[in-house]
Design a protein around this ligand. Structure first.
Ligand code: 8YV
Length: 319
């Protein structure tokens, strides 16, 4: 037993049955019931040995600093940009996330946004509901999807699931990554993101967030994607420079954008809402009942594995 007697601080609920599974094994502090869970966590400091959080809620490095007993942080979600990875590494604290189980649903959402943007589905829906179909007649022509060029920024597990769907649509796929992947001969590697954007009809952002990728998709990349091109982001808002994106969409120098994530969440800039060629979602790409359950189960399984073996099932390996 790695953690006999340790307290487990829950900054987020995993759902009733998963919370109960935790409470059956550990002394749980359900801090998600409080107004300011992290502030409360700081005040409880000394006895907390395990922390359950999420990709969105995260954990601050300065909170970790006042928690001397913490041995493991288990996060719900794949993104690690809100987790104190450097501080955890220095102190030998194990950190897990929930990769793989969400990749297919996130890729589905990328495709939902891509199809919605290209075929103008939300616009068509508004056209029908507002009576303009009857009053004004035929809906304007939209953009073909099948057989087009799909660019993927970040060929990780989610990028791969996005690319696989592209093959079903008869698309040619290229990607940009820090390194070319030798295990993916079907997809072309493009060392320059601007060149990938110039080539692509649709550019899907699927790379991790954080300082290393901040504003990677900037004005030159968006200009290269061009008036017929469309940007899809299911990764992190921080990867796209919104102050460059908005004027290019307004002027028509970029064809459209399907966005599940934004620089300042919750919420999206009014300017993006005012543009017809955007499709906006409230950071919900992984948000299906099925996947949320798998993510919660994986958090519980990570904690049990850590308790029984001292090892996490899906540790975050930070570079
Ligand atoms: C989650 C996500 O909805 O996994 C991630 O990194 O962004 C989403 O799947 C959410 O952020 C988890 O808290």
């Amino acid at each position: 037993m790695e953690d006999a007697g340790l307290e487990l601080a829950q900054l987020v609920s995993l759902g009733a049955s998963y919370d109960a599974a935790l409470a059956a094994r550990w002394r749980v502090l359900p801090l998600y019931r409080e107004d300011q869970p992290e502030a409360r966590l700081k005040s409880l400091a000394p006895d907390v040995g395990l922390v359950v959080t999420s990709a969105r809620v995260g954990l601050n490095a300065d909170t970790l600093q006042v928690l001397p007993q913490v041995r493991a942080i288990c996060s719900w979600g794949v993104g690690c940009d809100a987790l104190p990875l450097a501080a955890a590494r220095t102190r030998g604290i194990a950190v897990s996330n929930t990769p793989d189980v969400l990749s297919e649903c996130v890729a589905d959402m990328a495709w939902g946004l891509l199809l919605a943007c290209a075929r103008q589905i939300p616009e068509g829906d508004r056209y029908v509901r507002s009576g303009r179909w009857v009053a004004q007649g035929k809906f304007p022509l939209s953009t073909q999807v099948w057989g087009k060029r799909l660019g993927v920024l970040g060929m990780g597990r989610i990028g791969e699931a996005v690319a696989r769907r592209g093959q079903g649509f008869g698309m040619t796929v290229r990607y940009h990554n820090r390194h070319a992947r030798t295990d993916m001969p079907a997809y072309g590697y493009e060392p320059s993101l601007v060149e990938l954007a110039r080539w692509a009809d649709f550019l899907v952002v699927a790379c991790p967030g954080g300082a290393a990728t901040r504003h990677l998709v900037d004005a030159p990349v968006l200009r290269a994607l061009g008036p017929q091109g469309m940007l899809i982001n299911i990764a992190r808002g921080s990867v796209v420079d919104e102050s460059a994106l908005i004027p290019l969409l307004q002027s028509g120098e970029l064809g459209g954008a399907g966005l599940d994530v934004f620089e300042h969440e919750p919420g999206a800039p009014e300017a993006l809402m005012a543009i017809d060629r955007t499709v906006l979602m409230p950071h919900a790409a992984s948000g299906t009942r099925e996947t949320a359950g798998k993510m919660s189960q994986l958090v519980v399984d990570n904690l049990i594995a850590w308790q029984q073996t001292g090892r996490l099932l899906t540790p975050v390996v930070s570079s």
